[in-house]
Design a protein around this ligand. Structure first.
Ligand code: GDP
Ligand code: MG
Length: 616
């Protein structure tokens, strides 16, 4: 393949791919994404009805396949892509709307174009702007994208809406006004060039004429004694590119089924033997027109490649950053889904641990509980009131019962201590709850901060529920342990402490005095103060052991096994339930799929361009 052919072939491939994505380049196309179509050149035929547009296209292609004839025959745009294949290969045609069906009989291609036109418009004289896409693969064509358009008319005929004249003109204009559309302006030689609809519209959309090729058909139908040299030699109407004269098959030829090869032969002979045009023969005819077009297309594409490449790269960048934003697609099989879920859980767990261990804020609040809240709560316990003289007396007497204690009020001591230690239950539970709330808050934060989870609202919610349930279990365990620490303090008193207390009995010496004192205020105050210092001792112990138990039961467990239970449940789930956990927002899923599809296309297009060899 020569470089030129591969270049045009490349453009054809990209353009076809765009069409698959519904990118028709018009208002109905692409949507938010820029359309490649607009960056790529194509060739469109315009002209009045029956000026010979379809005939010219056919002879450029070198195959009979287009509906031709008088009246309005072409009623939908036909986007025709020619692909040159290796010598000796069988030629065939393929419609985009009938993928994988290879047409080798070109009469059937013509029939399918008619049928497909009717499918859209009915068997009327109406027109439709929706193109039919047809590819032709043949060793006998050059790579080109051609567009056959309905002919421009002047009046609406029976069965057509009043707006048809305008409708057709607008539709044709929408194709040819694109700056990268090369215009084949077809004018019949047997009409005055000054009345040519094709030239009129071409001049309007391409005032400088740099992308307009003037084609003069029906040279053979000119009146005897007249010729088109003024036009063909650029004297009547100057165009940047030279005019090309054509002789297509007449209606009689068509009726006789004159084939293309014979028609070309006849055309060649016409120019070679024409007294008027023989000197121009090498620059006339449909074969020459095809070559001229290919050469022009090549230079246009060469000039456009940098901008196409940058458009593709820009779009790829945009799509990729959008894909990053949307996240990778969800796996389909259960194993991969489980893996994805576990990955997401781990991501969450990592963030949660960073909150606990530092790096992210929040974990320090647990230390705050132990360092401030717990000691403050302990300090606020109403031991002054509890160990008031009055209460001590009351509790000791109640413990004594009918017989006051003789030496030391053992029962009274026990009751007072037990009652006092009970006060520790409150701060112990409050500490457990406070730690619980900090952990819960950290879970909430971590769920929110796990970016990857945002796509999966169901999993996000279930993960949060599972983590909170785990925290609830840890709290219960921690509460029991902390209360047990308190209970342990009252179930067995530190003997040492009491042994070291000064023995009031022996100290007294005077039995009578000590007896009065035994039931006097000083006695109860001493009991109160002994108990107060015992409770103070226990308080110091609990101030240290309650944090230890809370860390052991809650913080450490949260670090270690917050999601263990959830993992066990996951392991028991069926594929269907796993998928449910990952069922992200369907709109998001759809959007990602579309992005991915486009990304693939654009990447393929880029690869194709990269693979083009730049040496001629
Ligand atoms: P379209 O409507 O512009 O697509 O024109 P067609 O290609 O369908 O041709 C219209 C009619 O003009 C057909 O009957 C053709 O045979 C005839 N025709 C087209 N070009 C020539 C030509 O160069 N010479 C002769 N004699 N007839 C032509
Ligand atoms: Mg036509």
């Amino acid at each position: 393949m020569t470089t030129m052919e591969s270049l045009i072939g490349l453009v054809n491939r990209i353009q076809r791919a765009c069409t698959v994505l519904g990118d028709h380049g018009g208002a109905d196309g692409g949507g938010a994404l820029p359309t490649l179509w607009e960056a790529l050149p194509s060739v469109a035929v315009i002209g009045g009805q029956s000026s010979g547009k379809s005939s010219v296209l056919e002879s450029i292609v070198g195959r009979d396949f287009l509906p031709r004839g008088s009246g309005i025959v072409t009623r939908r745009p036909l986007v025709l892509q020619l692909h040159k294949t290796e010598e000796g290969q069988r030629e065939y045609a393929e419609f985009l709307h009938l993928p994988r069906r290879k047409f080798t009989d070109f009469a059937l291609v013509r029939k399918e174009i008619q049928d497909e036109t009717d499918r859209m418009t009915g068997k009327t004289k109406q027109i439709s702007p929706v193109p039919i896409h047809l590819s032709i693969y043949s060793p006998y064509v050059v790579n080109l994208t051609l567009i056959d358009l309905p002919g421009l008319t002047k009046v609406a005929v029976e069965g057509q809406p009043d707006t048809i004249v305008e409708d057709i003109e607008n539709m044709v204009r929408s194709f040819v006004e694109k700056p990268n559309c090369i215009i084949l302006a077809i004018s019949p030689a047997n009409q005055d060039i000054a009345t040519s609809d094709a030239i009129k519209l071409a001049r309007e959309v391409d005032p400088t004429g740099e992308r307009t090729f003037g084609v003069l058909t029906k040279l053979d139908l000119m009146d005897q004694g007249t010729n088109a040299l003024d036009v063909l030699e650029g004297r009547s109407y100057r165009l940047q590119h030279p005019w090309v004269g054509i002789v297509n098959r007449s209606q009689a030829d068509i009726n006789k089924n004159t084939d293309m090869i014979a028609a070309r032969q006849k055309e060649r002979e016409y120019f070679a033997t024409s007294p008027d045009y023989a000197h121009l023969a090498s620059k006339m005819g449909s074969e020459y027109l095809a070559k001229l077009l290919s050469r022009h297309l090549e230079s246009v594409i060469r000039a456009r490649i940098p901008s196409i490449t940058s458009l593709i790269n820009k779009t790829i960048d945009e799509l990729e950053s959008e894909m990053d934003h949307l996240g990778r697609p969800v796996a389909v099989d259960a194993g991969a889904q489980l893996y994805t879920i576990l990955e997401l859980c781990r991501a969450f767990d990592r963030i949660f641990k960073e909150h606990l261990d530092g790096g992210r804020p929040g974990g320090d609040r647990i230390y705050g509980i132990f360092d401030n809240q717990l000691p403050a709560a302990l300090r606020k316990l109403p031991f002054d009131r509890y160990l008031s003289l009055q209460n001590v007396k009351k509790v000791v007497s109640q413990a004594d019962g009918y017989q006051p204690h003789l030496i030391a009020p053992e029962q009274g001591y026990r009751r007072l201590i037990e009652g006092g230690l009970n006060y520790f239950r409150g701060p112990a539970e409050a500490t457990v709850d406070a730690v619980h709330h900090v952990l819960k808050e950290l879970v909430r934060k971590s769920v929110g901060e796990t970016q990857e989870l945002r796509r999966f609202p169901t999993l996000q919610a279930e993960l949060a529920v599972a983590a909170n349930e785990a925290l609830e279990r840890f709290r219960e365990d921690s509460r029991k342990t902390a209360l047990r620490l308190v209970d342990m303090e009252s179930s067995y008193l530190t003997v040492e402490f009491f042994r070291r207390l000064p023995q009031e009995v022996e100290k007294g010496g005077n039995a009578a005095a000590s007896t009065t004192d035994r039931y006097g205020e000083g006695h109860f105050r001493r009991i109160g103060s002994n108990i107060s210092s015992y409770i103070g001792m226990v308080l110091e112990t609990l101030k240290n052991s309650i944090p230890k138990s809370a860390v052991y039961c809650q913080v450490r467990e949260a670090r270690r096994s917050l999601l263990d239970h959830f993992y066990t449940q996951l392991g028991k789930k069926e594929g269907k339930d796993l998928a449910k956990l990952l069922d992200e927002d369907p709109a998001l899923m759809e959007h990602r799929q579309q992005c991915a599809k486009r990304l693939e296309l654009y990447k393929a297009a880029r690869d194709e361009i990269d693979s083009v060899s730049w040496t001629r």
